[in-house]
Ligand binder design. Structure first.
Ligand SMILES: Nc1ncnc2c1ncn2[C@@H]1O[C@H](COP(=O)(O)OP(=O)(O)OP(=O)(O)O)[C@@H](O)[C@H]1O
Length: 295
């Protein structure tokens, strides 16, 4: 199978190798490999039930894969085998943060409080894990000042400053999605995993999301891995797209390559396996008439 990625000069932050995940008799992921490049936005796409969330759940420790290796390499060079770490260490040590398909946050807490709670680990460490530490340690005062600064920074980036004191549950849907991302950024991730961040957004909210993700990549260098159904988001902001179908990789390359890949078109049209060759032939014929792919 020809894939559209260049294998030269790579600095992957995440390497997924020969990943398989079985649920009883169902092989949800079957021998799946891909890499996410440091500083890039990588999208994982595929039809419903292709296995995208299962891959995310393996990366973020919700599932232990049946087979395979998931290596996260930080900027410092430190490497973590994620399939061997409990989920809280994947966040804390490996610095992988995630959001969920169904928004999860403390809806009774204010927007600002949600961002402070996200920094709980840092604050607890600075307290020395004692009540005295909360009041006495200069380190705690310093950490809490830093936490407020960081929360303020992400409130602003996510255009939520004016809603800082409102209960998170009162925010419109698009703002809740941005809050989830801001909260994940407050944990200082090197890899940010977003599960369908554009789900349920209107076109204006979708544009605001694109801008926020591009800003995160540009200003922080954080690598982003996202699952997304909204192709306008995927094609607009991704550097690299990986396509799954029935738990297997069918395409891998830049957005232009993937969008013109006949196997991807066939998968999205819901064409049966035996018809793929026929569809590929038809697409090649059309491309030939137009003078090349994507013309
Ligand atoms: N915990 C589980 N137990 C049993 N089967 C599961 C479990 N999680 C996922 N599956 C199955 O694995 C397959 C892949 O599901 P998954 O949710 O990963 O797909 P997806 O590509 O994320 O789909 P969607 O786009 O609809 O969210 C599906 O057939 C699903 O029913």
């Amino acid at each position: 199978m020809a894939f559209g990625t260049d294998t030269m000069t790579k600095d992957p932050i995440l390497k997924v190798e020969r990943l398989s995940m079985r649920f009883g008799g169902l092989m949800a992921i079957n021998d799946f490999s891909f890499e996410a490049e440091r500083g890039e936005i990588t999208a994982l796409i595929g039809p419903n039930g292709a296995g995208k969330t299962t891959v995310f759940n393996c990366i973020t420790g919700f599932y232990k894969p049946t087979m395979g290796m998931i290596t996260m390499r930080q900027k410092s060079g430190a490497e973590f085998l994620l399939e061997r770490l409990p989920d809280f260490e994947i966040t804390k040590k490996a610095k992988v943060a995630r959001t969920f398909q169904n928004i999860r946050m403390f809806s009774g807490l204010t927007v600002l409080e949600n961002l402070l709670v996200a920094q709980h680990n840092k604050l607890m460490r600075a307290s020395g894990y004692t009540i005295l530490g909360l009041f006495g340690f200069p380190a705690y005062r310093e950490a809490s000042r830093e936490s407020i600064e960081l929360a303020r920074h992400w409130l602003e980036k996510a255009s939520l400053t004016e809603r800082a004191d409102d209960p998170a549950g009162d925010l419109p849907y698009g703002a809740q999605r941005r809050l989830e991302i801001a909260r994940a950024m407050c944990t200082g991730p090197e890899l940010l995993c977003l599960d369908e961040p554009a789900a349920g957004l209107n076109p204006r909210e979708s544009l605001a999301l694109n801008a926020l993700l591009q800003e995160i990549r540009r200003d922080t260098g954080t690598s982003i891995l996202l699952i997304e159904h909204d192709m306008s988001v995927v094609m607009e902001i991704s550097d690299h797209v990986v396509v799954l179908e029935y738990g297997q990789k069918i395409s891998d390359g830049n957005p232009d390559f993937v969008k013109n890949d006949p196997r991807v078109i066939a998968a999205y049209l819901g064409v049966e396996d035996e018809e793929v060759e026929e569809v590929i032939g038809e697409i090649e014929e059309i491309e030939g008439e137009r003078g090349g792919p994507g013309q």
